[in-house]
Design a protein around this ligand. Structure first.
Ligand SMILES: [Zn+2]
Length: 383
């Protein structure tokens, strides 16, 4: 887990432009409804940043689940429907009948296209609701739901690979915020996708809001899934806001049996109790213990010969300095790296330093090196 920069785009930066890019007339109606809720989404974005900022009271756990966004009643039907500029009278009448809003008209068949458009642009949602009795239709016209927001995310941001559309630029920008392409949730997986910190199925106000979108590896994205417990001590670590780079939170111990394996855990000695609980949730739900323990086995195998060599060359004392050097070198890059923790665990294990180290050679089939005659330096160079 590491801190990343905020996205270079806010919702406002790309919203209008995103909706003007062609996605076929099929999305016109979706565009109209999205434009109608723009100011709501912008307000929600500001609230999100305010709540998440460490210097403010509260946190993202204060955000309320929302699966429908109300379209302001002052919006006109014309704005919500967002008709294409070119439409024939026949198509328009068909559309109006299909959307079941024809009862609003007295003599629809006799009206010209411009007259119909003018009428739609003059009647606001409030009036429409009073005149239409169909509750399903009223609901449909009054709200943007999770399905519509999911569509907006997928059609305008995700499924535009290779395009120069603004939606794809926003998506690409978020992917590029990671360091060395490493997933900021696990610091191990390669960034392949974008995760909604607050899941889009339950917090639809933030389905396309950049600050709620994070670069992520496929495994973390899958493990995090739609987890949405809103409690102060149960929130995942948020790489935009939670700066924990100087907190030693990861622990590791040697499982003192052959072949050597390691167990990872969240340390108990973290002063900030809420942070500790959040780290535990993050660590458990994203299965980081399993991930790191598996990585550690092969990493250690690759280091055994080096450790044996150090041990054999220093009068058979445990190579404490060299283990410390390896640990510190990796910690310099990342204080909580699972690789650094292997060395820390080895240094903490009396079993390893006093007993196991003598058997490494045989347990791991390291070929014994014959003591070579040490030639003077010039001979090493000139043969
Ligand atoms: Zn990950």
């Amino acid at each position: 887990m590491y801190l990343i920069e905020f996205p270079n785009y806010t919702l406002e930066d790309f919203f209008d432009e995103m909706l003007t890019t062609r996605q076929g007339e099929a999305y016109n109606f979706l565009k109209g409804r999205l434009l109608a809720i723009k100011s709501t989404l912008v307000e929600k974005e500001e609230e999100y940043i305010k709540l998440a900022s460490p210097k403010n009271q509260g946190g993202l756990f204060d955000i309320v689940e929302n699966i429908k966004i109300e379209i302001p009643k002052t919006k006109t039907l014309g704005e919500i429907i967002n008709l294409p500029s070119k439409i024939s009278k026949r198509e328009l009448i068909e559309f109006i009948k299909m959307k079941k809003i024809d009862p609003l008209f007295n003599n629809l068949e006799e009206m010209e296209v411009n007259e119909i458009k003018t009428f739609l642009n003059s009647i606001n949602l409030n009036t429409v609701i009073k005149q239409l009795g169909d509750p399903n239709l009223i609901y449909y016209l009054s709200y943007v739901d999770a399905e519509a927001m999911k569509n907006a995310y997928e059609k305008y941001l995700v499924n535009t690979k290779g395009s120069s559309n603004i939606g794809r630029k926003v998506y690409g920008d978020i992917m590029s915020l990671s360091k060395d392409n490493l997933c900021p949730y696990c610091l191990q997986g390669i960034v392949k996708t974008v995760d909604h910190y607050l899941p889009k199925a339950y917090f639809i106000d933030y389905s396309i809001t950049p600050i709620n979108l994070l670069p992520c590896c496929s495994d973390c994205n899958k493990n995090k899934n739609d987890e949405r417990t809103l409690q102060e001590d149960k929130m995942f670590i948020n790489p935009y806001f939670d700066n924990i780079q100087n907190v030693r939170w990861l622990g590791c111990k040697v499982n003192e049996v052959w072949p050597i394996t390691f167990s990872y855990y969240v340390r108990e000695d973290i002063g900030d109790v809420i942070l500790k609980e959040r780290l535990k949730i993050h660590f458990d739900k994203l299965e980081l213990g399993f991930l790191y323990a598996n990585k550690a086995v092969t990493y250690f195998r690759g280091r055994v010969k080096e450790i044996v060599k150090e041990y054999n060359s220093s009068n058979y004392l445990p190579p404490i300095d060299s283990l410390k050097n390896s640990k510190e070198s990796i910690e310099n890059y990342n204080l909580n790296s699972w690789e650094a923790k292997i060395y820390e665990a080895l240094l903490d294990s009396k079993w390893f330093l006093h007993t196991a180290i003598k058997e490494l050679e045989s347990k791991y089939d390291i070929p014994k090196e014959e003591k070579k005659f040490k030639r003077p330096l010039y001979e090493a160079y000139f043969g």
